[in-house]
Design a protein around this ligand. Structure first.
Ligand code: MN
Length: 543
């Protein structure tokens, strides 16, 4: 802003040899002029709990400390103390500032998204004038907010708003369609970055500092072949035998049966056959991140006991020979000709058992067994037709990205592991009628932009090779393949979560990751799907 070294105060307060907070980048700040940008709200348990509310303005994060936190409650007027500008890099900061350092305590990325100024195209000037109206598109915070200078010290620094003068401002939410009476930020305690709470970050400061986007279940990931249980699996003979895993003894069979032929085409893994042992090893080792997406849900299995080149089949009913320790769910509303009792995967051993059962693909229900009529996600499914190229699929996926960004919705994208891209939008308190209507509306909006790529025909034969934007899976007893599920294709590809930015990565492919390189990907990027497990209750926004 006006000062020559806008981050001088931020730097002066911190010893970057001691705090994990980011030092300002030596590159010059972005030139002024862009209206709006990103925002972050960090929940910071320092000497006193507060929420740091930060707006990207002119290449820095203009910041306020809000003791009671921002709220959607239009009746609340919360004190917001204007503090020093922070560097843009701070927008991702989640971790533990050591005790004794400035701001010592734990920090989570409590909310983030984009903002737009309202009634001004010069937000820096509006801050200097002490009156800024903005629209937030966050995961928790949405709608029109007002920051207004007032109270003690309000006149002290008329134009030095960013100089850290600890001015007292007020933060409030307008009475608009996003306002929620009585809304309390403390009721929404998890990080939108990692899914963790401040307590969980504080309990594992090293992980917080160095693996700051990894939730706790990633700490349990261990793909090493030297793990005693995995080493024991690898020692079993080709016909199998007894295997102790996750507290139970499994009887494994035909371990060296080839289930996956090699991938066609060039590549260092060309020629590698993958067996049932490889499938079991994958499901056993990825269990810490996969089980949360299956737990408490019925699962439909796509089985290929004779390998993925033979015809597979759907299997839903729990088999009579399933051991007693496998959890199951009786669907009381099933018709007599429908599946009555489903497997529920709630522990690693069940995943290993399913691998031995030839269950290559895992398709969990969208709703939990405790409330089968209430979806946990709204599902967007870009289903390419025979003539849809990967570039066409990317065009469609980017249009969804734009649409969701505009709506302020955080959806989690993944490649299907076959040809498509799917997006799961976490919801709570919605009906299937609502999620289905919402996904249809968003999809029709996307489809209107590129009508030449999309068909709305129900029957495949009538789609003239074009893609289908399939909203019909938003219904009870419909499913999409789970994240980290293997797909029935050569090379054992995995349905892998991605970031929205990766849609612009020229190397992205729908079946880019297989059970051979997915472990490295998971260890490097963490569980990008974690936000799906922590929905914000409330209706989906109007379109
Ligand atoms: Mn703070």
């Amino acid at each position: 802003m006006a000062a020559k070294r806008p981050l001088a105060e931020y730097e002066a307060k911190r010893d970057f040899a001691r705090t994990p907070e980011p030092a300002p980048s030596p590159e010059p700040a972005r030139p002024a002029g862009a209206a709006g940008g990103r925002f972050v709200v960090q929940r910071h348990r320092a000497r006193r709990l507060h929420y740091d509310f930060r707006l990207e303005i002119d290449g820095v994060l203009v910041s306020w400390a809000v003791p009671k936190g921002p709220t959607l409650d239009p009746a609340a007027r919360h004190l917001a103390v204007h503090v020093e500008d922070h560097p843009i890099e701070y927008i991702d900061f989640e971790g533990v500032i050591p005790a004794g350092e400035y701001g010592g305590g734990d920090v989570i990325v409590w909310d983030r998204g984009t903002w737009e100024p309202h009634d001004t195209d010069d937000p820096a000037q509006a801050v200097a004038d002490g009156d800024l109206h903005i629209d937030l598109h966050g995961e928790k915070l949405r709608g029109r907010f007002v920051l207004v200078r007032g109270g003690r010290g309000s006149r002290r620094r008329k134009s030095g708003a960013s100089s850290g003068g600890k001015e007292e401002w007020l933060l409030l939410h307008k009475r608009d369609e996003f306002a929620v009476e009585g809304w309390d930020p403390e009721d929404h305690p998890r990080s939108v970055r990692s899914g963790r709470t401040n307590d969980e970050v504080a309990a594992d400061p090293d992980a917080a500092q160095w693996f700051s986007d990894r939730p706790a279940n990633l700490a349990a990931l261990d793909f090493s072949p030297d793990r005693p249980d995995i080493a024991a699996l690898d020692r079993l003979g080709p016909n199998g035998g007894r295997w102790d895993f996750d507290g139970v003894t499994l009887r494994l069979t035909n371990l060296d049966k080839v289930l996956f032929p090699p991938r066609p085409g060039p590549g260092r893994r060309k020629g590698q056959l993958l067996t049932k042992r490889d499938l079991i090893r994958w499901y056993a080792t990825v269990a810490p991140v996969l089980v949360p997406y299956l737990s408490g849900r019925a699962v439909n299995l796509h089985r290929y006991p004779n390998g993925v080149e033979a015809k597979g089949f759907w299997h839903k009913e729990i088999p009579t020979h399933a051991p007693d320790w496998i959890s199951r769910w009786h669907y009381s509303e099933a018709d007599p000709d429908e599946t009555q009792c489903y497997i529920v995967v709630d522990r690693p051993a069940t995943l290993a058992w399913l691998g031995n059962f030839g269950a290559v693909e895992l398709h969990p229900w969208t709703s939990p067994t405790t409330a089968p009529d209430q979806p946990s996600y709204a599902l967007i499914d870009i289903d390419p037709g025979p003539d849809t190229s990967w570039d066409d699929t990317l065009v469609l996926a980017r249009l969804y990205r734009t649409a969701l960004e505009h709506l302020g919705i955080h959806g989690c994208p993944k490649v299907s592991g076959r040809r498509g891209v799917q997006v799961w939008v976490p919801v709570a308190g919605c009906t299937f009628a609502e999620t289905r209507a919402w996904v249809e509306k968003v999809s029709r909006t996307v489809g209107k932009v590129v009508p030449e790529l999309v068909s709305w025909e129900w029957h495949k034969a009538n789609r003239s090779g074009r893609a289908r934007l399939d909203y019909t899976q938003n219904a009870v007893n419909k499913t999409l393949v789970a994240p980290y599920s293997v797909r029935a294709a050569p090379g054992a590809p995995v349905s892998m979560p991605i970031t929205w930015d990766e849609l612009d990565d020229p190397d992205l492919r729908p079946a880019r990751w297989t059970i051979l390189d997915a472990p490295a990907r998971l260890l490097e990027r963490g569980d990008l799907f974690a936000p799906v497990l922590h929905p914000t209750p409330g209706p989906l926004p109007d379109i």
